[in-house]
Write a protein that binds this ligand. Structure first.
Ligand SMILES: [Zn+2]
Length: 50
């Protein structure tokens, strides 16, 4: 199932691969928002089925 995460800055990531979703959101959070330590649970709780 495809899932979508929207960041408050307008960035969007959509994929059916949960590992890619988590990795992508972590990378975005780190690079753009300097947020470290984002957990898989946090990412998945933000994810909505597409
Ligand atoms: Zn963002």
């Amino acid at each position: 199932m495809k899932k979508r995460v929207e960041c408050e800055c307008g960035w969007v990531l959509e994929t059916d691969d949960e590992d890619k979703l988590v990795a992508g959101v972590k990378q975005h959070a780190s690079e753009v928002h300097h947020m470290e330590g984002v957990t898989r649970e946090q990412v998945l709780s933000q994810a909505k089925p597409v």
